[in-house]
Design a protein around this ligand. Structure first.
Ligand code: NOJ
Length: 565
């Protein structure tokens, strides 16, 4: 197999979500100088690229994914000069920086939308998606169709100024841009992409990268939730008719001019559709985030409908995401980000007895899988979901709050609310958004002021400072995994995957193969001892493990990596 090496394939990428990373000035909100002060934490871990979630100016209804000006920085995070310093300091350490590219929508506060909504004849009217109301048989005004927003309620908002509705697939203050209009596209390329490439960034994580091309018929979506007024509408906005044309144009006009990497958030797509986005000769994007693993157990149409999963489901998810290795495409490896709960809670065991052990097990899994590996802030120290006892007041995310408020409006019973709170605690995005736990001092060393969101109560036990000099800490274990991954990249980054025990509910055993080498990875996903069965012929030599001694038994949450001869 000829390997097509690329810097962005070998790299480990560390995601920084600015509001909760590190506050430098005591206002309780993370900021860019705070990030600069912690770059060595990221560098020493062994990461190569930093992905910075939106730091642009924004009213922060969706924590910066509602951008009011692509060319300026949210003042509480810092200034353009701070960004220059960040870029410089990252490059000085031999790392690279990618930013978040949020171009499916802007904030309603963006000057383009303000112009667009001002009158039907404004030159920017058509930069967003406006439609006249529909009227029901009683003459009541209704939205143009039955599409539901990802943040609950109709995806359309009525605007009194001109008596029309605008489309917002996300929050009300996130109007969707009209990609059909080439002036809109040109303005985006200039303001959102070129402006930052010219400042020296190395690429983009592309938000909702499959949604720009809407089916222009704007038909009602099929009714899949008969008890609900508004229905999921992916069918009409995901992988739409012109989506590949748009990506090719953006690549040709801008991205191709730089030695840049791109990773698109697409979520769910068929194998063939994914290859259209990431096929090497396609000129679109380098790789995609697919949600098979992170959405395990949740209904893809509604994350708060949770049915659970078992280990074979996880293996299927891993397989689905890995199947682009060895094709002309490429893939990503991740199990956390700012939209997902903490992996130790979801896929390991966050009980203090097993937290570190199962965190290490997951580190062995993730660092052995082929594709570009992404880590999310706090994952490397084993941060967990928020405590079960936290009341709804501690949850801040618009996704969580809108859903909760809708339940209240519908008059949901106490039992239904209690059941929702359980699911919320398991899958809410808030779980990833608590401040990073730097040390055991007040507010976990995140800020000298009151943090904008409550710090997880377990910070005295889980914090970075206590892990740096502990050879058995999760931070140092991740470090060893990332270094092993680099050392044997033909196997771990580029190798082929073969699962050996697909139906086993307790262990996950697989081979990774390159042209001339094979490794065996064996992971015990339970809190019980299990007999160790290699399931492969040949001599085994231990390369890595999360226990100091190995025996014929796999200890609870034990993981091992062997060379096979
Ligand atoms: C995906 C982002 O990751 C998420 O945080 C955001 O709410 C939506 N896209 C809308 O931009």
């Amino acid at each position: 197999m000829t390997i097509n090496y690329k810097w962005w394939k070998d790299a480990t990428i560390y995601q920084v979500w600015p509001a909760s990373f590190k506050d430098s000035n005591g206002d309780g909100i993370g900021d860019i100088p705070g990030i600069v002060s912690k770059l060595d934490h990221i560098k020493n871990l062994g990461a190569d690229i930093i992905w910075l979630s939106p730091m642009y100016d924004s009213p922060q209804n969706d924590m910066g994914y509602d951008i009011s000006d692509y060319e300026s920085v949210y003042p509480k995070y810092g200034t353009l000069e701070d960004m220059d310093i960040l870029i410089d300091q990252i490059h000085k350490r031999g790392m690279r920086l990618i930013l978040d590219l949020v171009i499916n929508h802007t904030a309603a506060e963006h000057k383009w939308f303000q112009e667009s909504k001002s009158s039907k004849t404004n030159p920017k009217r058509d930069w967003y998606i406006w439609k006249p109301p529909k009227y029901d048989s009683k003459g009541n005004r209704q939205p143009p169709n039955n599409w539901v927003s990802y943040f609950s309620g109709s995806a359309w908002e009525y605007d009194e100024t001109t008596g029309e509705y605008y489309l917002h697939l996300f929050a009300k203050n996130q109007p969707d841009l009209n990609w059909e209009n080439e002036h809109t596209r040109n303005a985006l390329y200039k303001s959102a992409l070129s402006f930052w490439f010219d400042k020296g960034i190395d690429g983009f994580r592309i938000d909702t990268a499959g949604m720009y091309s809407k089916d222009q018929r704007f038909l009602d979506a099929p009714i899949v939730f008969p008890d609900r007024e508004f229905q999921p509408c992916k069918l009409y906005h995901q992988n739409g008719p012109r989506i590949h044309e748009f990506h090719q144009e953006m690549f040709k006009r801008v991205t191709s001019k730089y030695d840049a990497m791109t990773v698109g958030e697409v979520g769910h797509s068929s194998h063939d559709e994914v290859l259209k986005y990431v096929g090497a000769g396609r000129g679109e994007m380098n790789m995609l985030f697919l949600f098979d693993m992170v959405e395990l157990g949740s209904d893809p149409r509604d994350r708060f409908i949770y049915n659970g999963y078992n280990l074979p489901d996880l293996k299927t998810a891993v397989t689905n995401q890995a199947e682009f290795i060895g094709t002309e495409g490429w893939t990503t490896v991740f199990n956390e980000n700012h939209d997902q709960p903490r992996s130790v809670t979801r896929f390991g065991n966050d009980d203090p007895k097993w937290r570190v052990q199962s965190g290490k097990l997951l580190a062995l899994l993730m660092s052995s899988l082929s594709g570009t590996l992404f880590l999310y802030q706090g994952q490397e120290i084993g941060m967990t979901n928020v405590p079960k006892e936290w009341p709804i007041e501690e949850y801040k995310d618009i996704n969580s709050m809108n859903y909760y408020n809708e339940l209240l409006q519908e008059g949901a019973s106490d039992e239904r609310i209690a059941q929702f709170m359980k699911v919320l605690n398991l899958v809410a995005r808030d779980n990833a958004r608590t401040p990073v736990q730097w040390d055991a001092s007040a507010h976990a060393g995140f800020s000298t002021g009151k943090p904008w969101m409550r710090v997880n109560d377990n910070y005295p036990d889980i914090n970075a400072e206590s892990q740096y000099n502990d050879p058995h800490s999760l931070y140092n274990f991740w470090k060893s995994c990332l270094s092993l991954r680099k050392q044997h990249k033909d196997l771990f980054v580029y190798g082929d995957l073969e699962i050996l025990d697909f139906d086993n509910q307790k262990t996950f055993s697989f081979l990774k193969k390159s042209d001339d080498k094979t490794v065996l990875v064996v992971l015990n996903f339970t809190d019980k001892e299990i007999d160790f069965e290699p399931l492969v012929k040949g001599d085994l030599k231990l390369l890595h493990s999360n226990y100091t001694k190995v025996s014929q038994q796999l200890e609870p949450y034990e993981g091992r990596v062997y060379s096979v001869y």
